[in-house]
Write a new protein. Structure first.
Length: 188
């Protein structure tokens, strides 16, 4: 796969239309899924995903951009855009409203419980360092191996494992109920 990606990248760097289309087709769904898990808003995720590809095209047009490890470059760009998005949104403190109720038979009560659990997980993830958040997201939500996460983050595998261990330990501390300790105290 890596050899195929390197060949595809070299063709894309030469502005081969088929290669550029293949890069988009291969990575757009993956990057969108990664971003939407971070920002929890479909429109924002679509916009940020588009910006990843705009930056890719601009970078190769200027003779910059990735020469190898296309996947790592695209995910780093997506991650940086998400960080920038949250920096710009720091002054806003509201939750997105759901457009519609699901049609799968979920009751409003079940939907509320799912939403509250999701909020607890998001709150817990936000207590982690940005690097721990990135490792946990890439490893467990995106399904990357430790070696792939290390390449994406440009860190040794041992550092990735350490970040993962500390992040999971912190999440367990926050999310696993402990006798007579409300979540507000666990998050603090």
């Amino acid at each position: 796969m890596k050899n195929c990606d390197d060949k595809l990248l070299q063709q894309a760097r030469n502005f081969d239309r088929a290669a550029l289309t293949a890069v988009y087709d291969q990575y757009h769904p993956l990057l969108y899924r990664y971003i939407i898990r971070q920002v929890n808003d479909a429109e924002t995720a679509r916009e940020l995903t588009a910006v990843v590809f705009e930056r890719f095209l601009a970078a190769i047009k200027n003779g910059n951009g990735p020469e190898t490890q296309l996947k790592a470059w695209l995910y780093r760009t997506a991650h940086n855009l998400v960080i920038d998005y949250y920096r710009r949104q720091a002054h806003r403190n509201h939750l997105p409203l759901a457009d519609t109720l699901p049609s799968d038979g979920t009751t409003p009560c079940q939907l509320a419980e799912q939403h509250l659990l999701g909020e607890q997980v998001i709150t817990a993830l936000q207590t982690l360092t940005p690097e721990q958040q990135q490792v946990i997201t890439l490893k467990f939500l995106e399904g990357f191996s430790n070696a792939e996460v290390a390449a994406l983050m440009e860190k040794p595998i041992g550092a990735v494992k350490s970040l993962q261990h500390r992040g999971l330990a912190r999440l367990q501390q926050i999310l696993v109920p402990q006798p007579s300790q409300p979540i507000e105290e666990r998050v603090a």
